[in-house]
Design a protein. Structure first.
Length: 55
């Protein structure tokens, strides 16, 4: 099993969608997404998108 973590410093629906579409087209399977949120803001400061695939 291989794992891939993509760090997004700009978190928008467009950047998430582009990342998901790009990597799933390359054979990666979406696993999860983790958002980093600052206390002063409701918008995520960054996101980590996790993918897996069989080696």
């Amino acid at each position: 099993m291989q794992y891939k973590v993509v760090e997004l410093s700009v978190v928008t629906d467009e950047t998430l969608e582009a990342t998901l579409n790009e990597l799933t087209a390359k054979g990666w399977h979406f696993d999860s997404v983790q958002f980093v949120v600052r206390e002063a803001s409701r918008r995520p400061a960054m996101a980590f998108v996790l993918f897996t695939r069989h080696a």
